[in-house]
Design a protein around this ligand. Structure first.
Ligand SMILES: NC(=O)c1ccc[n+]([C@@H]2O[C@H](COP(=O)([O-])OP(=O)(O)OC[C@H]3O[C@@H](n4cnc5c(N)ncnc54)[C@H](OP(=O)(O)O)[C@@H]3O)[C@@H](O)[C@H]2O)c1
Length: 329
């Protein structure tokens, strides 16, 4: 994969010798960030949830005070798909608000030099001019299926903006579209679009089924981004001085759910029919991000959807062999 440095990172910046805290380092994005730091010479600060519960204000304060990170990639969050969000909105809202307040405030109090926070494209209104630019934030109604999670992510963006405005902190937010790639969550109730379809296509193939089911009518369009591209973009933002406090980080192209399902079925090798369950919600009809702001600074994604989906499926097969189960996996 192309590293952040090869992808045009701000000249003269080096991670070498810096203390870099990656929250949520066992998750899909966090582990992509960890992978990308293999040869940077940075001192990575990594804590599992068992070692540090990010929702505990006292524990986060004590830990940040003791460890004094220079830079923070904030990828830790309670994450789930539409189903999980629709049945447990309070849990998503509470956990993410607590985590964001704790990490961002502790970063301010302990003189962290720069923090990059990951939000989500669900922060944008359901009706927004496409492609959706950063200017659309807080201009309309949110998708009701995922509103609590979206509000928590908007709060995270606003926290970064407010600490920048009041205290001059270099805190920047990025908004990616749906992520996919190694380390994804394939749980039937917690997965996002690519992982959910991949799992169903794979199981249909294994069971010799004639069809597999996809939620909704297949017409909504979704932009997807390989997680290694987002990790590279976050490092790029970390390295590059900017007056912006928010960047969309997209692939630049979207696909209908039915196109995605067809691509995924092809990668998995499922040759049957794809059926659409129209009793399930479609979600927002279109979500293509306008990523011109970050592209103008010199970053662009390098992993196309075919290469990316193949790498995701290879990881899926590898992990299913190792675990022999279908948990988070
Ligand atoms: N996946 C997507 O499609 C997508 C799209 C847009 C934005 N994002 C954003 O990208 C970020 C990373 O997402 P992801 O897909 O990598 O999620 P993920 O795989 O679920 O990883 C999240 C990580 O956060 C950790 N975590 C959650 N609550 C914690 C707590 N209280 N204390 C300590 N650690 C905690 C989890 O720990 P455990 O391993 O112990 O659970 C996990 O390692 C999130 O902010 C998410 O909102 C994701």
């Amino acid at each position: 994969m192309t590293s952040a440095v090869e992808n045009g990172t701000g000249q003269g910046f080096s991670f070498a010798g810096k203390k870099v805290w990656i929250t949520g380092h066992r998750g899909m994005l966090g582990s992509a960030l960890v992978r990308s730091f293999e040869s940077e010479g940075a001192e990575l600060l990594l804590c599992s949830r068992q070692e540090l519960d990010l929702s505990s204000q006292r524990d986060v304060n004590d830990w940040v005070q003791a460890n004094k990170p220079d830079l923070v990639f904030h990828a830790g969050a309670k994450v789930g798909g539409i189903y999980a969000n629709s049945v447990a909105p309070a849990d998503f809202l509470y956990a993410n608000l607590m985590i964001e307040c704790n990490v961002i405030h502790a970063a301010y109090q302990n003189g962290v030099k720069k923090l990059v926070f990951v939000a989500s494209n669900c922060t944008y209104p359901t009706v927004a001019p496409q492609p959706i630019s950063e200017e659309s934030l807080m201009t309309g109604k949110l998708d009701a299926n995922i509103r609590s999670y979206a509000v928590s992510k908007i709060a995270g963006i606003e926290l970064c903006m407010a600490y920048r405005k009041q205290y001059g902190c270099e805190f920047v937010s990025v908004i990616p579209p749906n992520l996919y790639g190694p380390g994804d969550n394939y749980h039937p109730e917690h997965s996002h679009v690519v992982a959910g379809i991949m799992r169903r296509a794979h199981e249909a193939k294994l069971n010799g089924a004639k069809e597999f089911i996809v939620w909704g009518d297949g017409t909504p369009r979704r932009e997807i981004l390989h997680v290694d591209d987002l990790a590279a973009a976050m490092k790029y933002v970390m390295c590059t001085p900017t007056s912006h406090d928010l960047f969309n980080v997209g692939y630049g192209k979207d696909f209908s759910i039915s196109e995605l399902a067809t691509h995924i079925a092809g990668v998995v090798g499922f040759e049957g029919r794809i059926q659409y369950d129209t009793s399930k919600p479609n979600g927002t009809m279109g979500k293509l991000l306008d990523s011109s702001r970050i592209r103008q600074t010199g970053w662009s994604p390098v992993i196309d959807e075919v290469t990316g989906l193949k790498s995701a499926y290879a990881d899926f097969l590898n992990r299913s062999k190792q675990s022999g189960t279908a948990g988070r996996f």
